[in-house]
Design a protein around this ligand. Structure first.
Ligand code: FAD
Length: 381
């Protein structure tokens, strides 16, 4: 068994570290106090990243990207998420866009890769997010068009998006197997960002979206009619693994900060690092982080070998998101009152990791899927 990371990849990740230290770290205090970067700051950072060649990293070379594999993508995500702004390099399309026809690839996929266009991904509705079959936003065929009506909620990045990857029912009788995917441009009449939803995360302000008699041409249907299930399940698998990789960066930075603090904070004449209570929190955190890292790297390696990683991605995301919650909690505790303040990033990590136990499938649904796989059960059992 070979656990080594190729030298070339290590050097690349080191250049990402330098980007984080030079471009992101000087903005950290401002980020912590304001709670987010402005859209202008994010756009400037993306442009700077692009100048330095950090663009479309995971995009296949045939589409003008850098063709980096899943392990590389995870290592880059891990490095970037050591900063609480949770900044991602641009130019990486949602994988579903690779399933588009030639015209859609030209207009949407290449738009993201070449021109930095952005998408949002609208699945969740006020009636529920875990259960695909409960989607009620409806698309009705009208000649060469579809008329869309309904509401989506908690849609991230909608305010920065150029278009929306929308999931709507086209055959309610088929439940989750009657859902179709559409590409809807921001500004299409009948499609509105109805309101932002303030959340406990710094870098998160998802939106509610409404569709009222919104006319979308059939040319903007992504994939087959009633075919969104297949599109979504593959896409979500790779998204889940990337989310798991984010947790590694968050936990590593939190531990690094806590170690430094524990060595310098003195009580009763000794650094708190000499106390068993503190040492155990650090040791448990290090062990759990390492276990999560193994799950993420193994799944990434399998994906790069061309193997299916659905179950491995469920396991990696489930464990890594819960690990990050425990680790950030312990590290905040080691910092005492300072950990609760906006003068250090721990509180931001502590609040922000919470969303990952919910988004892209909750922990409960992940456990259910893993158990179903073990037991050989289907969704109807
Ligand atoms: C900040 C943020 C950003 C988001 N961004 C997006 C986005 O960009 N696009 C998007 O489409 N969605 C997004 N979401 C929504 C997210 O994906 C959903 O919140 C998530 O899928 C859960 O759906 P729900 O909130 O409707 O919970 P529900 O599905 O109503 O579940 C409620 C609770 O019941 C549990 N539960 C449900 N069914 C079962 C079961 N069968 N067995 C055991 N337990 C069960 C769940 O685990 C959960 O604890 C975002 C959410 C947040 C908070």
């Amino acid at each position: 068994m070979d656990f080594s990371i190729p030298d070339e990849l290590k050097q690349f990740v080191d250049s990402v570290r330098q980007f984080r230290e030079r471009e992101l770290m000087p903005l950290e205090q401002e980020f912590l106090l304001k709670g987010n970067f402005t859209n202008e700051q994010r756009t400037e950072l993306e442009q700077r990243a692009r100048q330095l060649g950090f663009w479309a990293l995971d995009v296949p070379e045939e589409y003008g990207g850098q063709g980096m594999g899943t392990l590389a993508t995870c290592l880059v995500a891990e490095e970037l998420y050591k900063h609480p702004a949770m900044f991602d390099f641009g130019g990486s399309p949602e994988p579903a866009l690779y399933e588009g026809n030639e015209d859609q690839k030209k207009r949407y996929l290449r738009g993201v890769i070449d021109d930095g266009k952005r998408s949002c991904y609208a699945f969740t509705e006020p009636g529920g997010g875990s259960d695909f079959a409960r989607i009620t936003t409806q698309a009705k065929r009208d000649g060469d068009n579809w008329i869309i009506n309904g509401r989506k909620t908690f849609i991230s990045e909608a305010d920065r998006a150029d278009f929306c990857i929308l999931f709507a029912t086209t055959d309610p009788a088929l439940g989750g197997r009657g859902i179709t995917c559409f590409l809807v441009d921001i500004g299409t009449p009948g499609f509105e960002l109805s309101r932002p939803i303030p959340t406990m995360g710094d870098a998160w302000e998802p939106y509610e979206l409404t569709f009222e008699d919104c006319v979308v041409p059939d040319a903007n249907r992504l994939g087959e009619v009633n075919g969104a299930w297949e599109l979504a399940s593959e896409q979500l698998t790779h998204g889940r693994l990337k989310i798991a990789a984010y947790q590694l960066g968050i936990a590593q930075r939190s531990i690094d900060l806590a170690v430094e603090w524990a060595k310098q904070r003195v009580t009763w004449g000794k650094p708190i690092a000499t106390r068993q209570a503190i040492q155990w929190m650090l040791a448990d955190s290090a062990v759990e982080l390492d276990a999560a890292r193994m799950l993420v790297y193994r799944a990434a390696w399998m994906a790069d070998e061309g193997q299916h990683i659905r179950n491995e991605a469920f396991m990696a995301k489930l464990y890594a998101t819960e690990m990050a919650q425990r680790v950030t909690d312990r590290c905040l505790q080691i910092f005492g009152g300072l950990g609760y303040s906006k003068e250090v990033p721990i509180q931001s990590f502590y609040r922000q990791v919470r969303v990952w136990r919910i988004g892209h499938g909750t922990g409960e649904i992940h456990r259910w899927m893993i158990a179903r796989n073990m037991l050989g059960l289907s969704s109807r059992d």
